[in-house]
Ligand binder design. Structure first.
Ligand SMILES: Cc1cc2nc3c(=O)[nH]c(=O)nc-3n(C[C@H](O)[C@H](O)[C@H](O)COP(=O)(O)OP(=O)(O)OC[C@H]3O[C@@H](n4cnc5c(N)ncnc54)[C@H](O)[C@@H]3O)c2cc1C
Length: 420
């Protein structure tokens, strides 16, 4: 096997993991590099952030997922730079060479040039982020219970979510559900059901990627469960205890960021032109211009469909691209022509609190409970590789049926006020 070509895959997310799996058992040596030792099922992160699931329910160790793939080596390493000319990657410790490279390092959130806001308004991307958000939300209620000052108490009971895409809508819905149901009767001084949950969106409507009628339904569902939806509202400043929308100040001790996308900074080290979100534009076969041995996939890249529209940053896009990139690597190494990538869109969906959702599946628009059931089914189906899949479903169903989040409402202690 030592004389087989060496394929390096960067990132064990949806794109990279599927590429590595597609290369398993094939005549190549594969090294999968990730700075974390687990694959993370990001679509269920907000369930961890809002205490409906445990962290371990949505993360699977990369080594165990790839245990049987004898030609795949997993290494815990952070890639710092790509040297395209030398076909080498610079790691946090050492270097590694490749014959073919698949880059799938994903993306994070963009603060639109206001990186200082991140300390006050964390975003949701990793397990650590989810646990930090959970800590802030739960401790805000605890602090409010002990707060004598009325204005400060109201700021502690105000939660602002910035960004009305699927993540923002899901977070706001789940926050409303926690206040109105889960902990509604657990406090003696404060009334959690009076917590203010504000969803701020700069555009004209929430869920802008969905048809207008579904956006409107999502808005109504959010308002029904107690979320104040502010569209056409641009955040101009965020501090430790407030958010400004132009001249309007909303005092809030908990602000969560779900707006804007910025590709992995690794993209910048390639020295190729990037789009405004820092993503790498790729050729039809997912390779980069001038380097047919390098493929960039998933959230780190931008692929335009035949109409010229960029594909959305979704798990199914990354999964399908991972498989196509792996196939194209094998084709290239065996002297065959590579194939163009074609995205098979099986639909998009977003949940709104407990048992409501909107979805477009095969051109059909769904909303309410039926959309939520479709959402649940698809997400369970996608949890492939997670041996505890049934357990997760059971835990989740129980949490929903009983309105309980039980032990997951336990969190670490309050740090200093300024650390929030
Ligand atoms: C909160 C949230 C909710 C979402 N909900 C949905 C949803 O409901 N449906 C849907 O389809 N999509 C959803 N998405 C989007 C979806 O998760 C992404 O489109 C998908 O994860 C992209 O896959 P990827 O492989 O490109 O990147 P990722 O899955 O992000 O994987 C990137 C991997 O690269 C690793 N990495 C990054 N930089 C380095 C480095 N320098 N060195 C080594 N390793 C590195 C990371 O640790 C990570 O494991 C959601 C995303 C978020 C954040």
């Amino acid at each position: 096997m030592a004389d087989h070509p060496h394929v390096v895959v960067v990132g064990g997310g949806f794109g990279g993991l599927n590429a590595a799996r597609a290369l398993a058992g094939r005549p190549v040596r594969v090294t999968l590099l990730d700075r974390r030792n687990h694959h993370l099922f990001q679509p269920l992160l907000y369930q961890v952030a809002t205490a409906a699931l445990n962290a371990s329910d949505i993360a699977a160790p990369l080594r165990s997922v790839l245990r049987r793939a004898q030609n795949v080596t997993v290494l815990l390493a952070e890639v710092q730079r790509v040297d395209l000319a030398a076909r080498r990657l610079m790691l946090d410790r050492g270097e590694i060479g490749y014959d073919a490279l698949i880059l799938a390092a994903g993306a994070g959130h963009s603060y639109f040039g206001h990186e200082d806001w991140e300390a006050f308004a964390p975003s949701l991307k990793t397990l650590e982020d989810a646990l930090e958000i959970r800590r802030r939300v739960l401790l805000a209620y605890e602090a409010a219970e002990r707060e004598a000052d009325g204005a400060e108490q109201q700021a502690l009971l105000t939660f602002v979510v910035v960004g009305g895409g699927p993540t923002g809508v899901e977070l706001a819905g789940a926050l409303a559900e926690i206040s109105r149901q889960t902990i509604a009767r657990d406090f003696r001084v404060i009334d959690p059901t009076r917590a203010r949950i504000v969803l701020v969106e700069g555009g004209a409507r929430v869920l802008a990627a969905f048809p207008e009628s579904l956006s409107e339904r999502a808005r109504r569902s959010l308002e029904r469960i107690g979320v104040e939806v502010r569209t056409g509202a641009i955040v101009t400043r965020v501090t430790a205890d407030a958010v400004w929308l132009g001249s309007e100040q909303i005092r809030a001790r908990t602000v969560l960021w779900a707006a804007g996308v910025a590709a992995s900074p690794l993209a910048r080290t390639l020295g190729v032109p990037l789009d405004r979100a820092g993503r790498v534009p790729v050729e039809a076969d997912l390779s980069i211009p001038g380097h047919p041995e390098v493929f960039v996939i998933g959230d780190m890249s931008v692929f335009r469909d035949p109409s010229g529209a960029p594909l959305p940053g979704l798990a199914p896009v990354a999964i399908q691209q991972g498989r196509r990139a792996a196939d194209n690597v094998l084709r290239r190494l065996s002297g065959q022509p590579t194939l163009a990538f074609r995205y098979r869109d099986r639909g998009t969906m977003a949940t709104i609190g407990r048992a409501a959702a909107v979805a477009v599946v095969g051109g059909i628009q769904l909303s309410g409970l039926i959309a939520w059931l479709a959402w649940l089914f698809v997400h369970i189906l996608f949890l492939i590789g997670f041996r505890n899949r049934l357990l997760v479903v059971f835990e989740w169903a129980w949490a929903y049926a009983s309105w309980q989040r039980g032990a997951r409402l336990i969190t670490r202690p309050w740090r200093s006020r300024n650390s929030s």
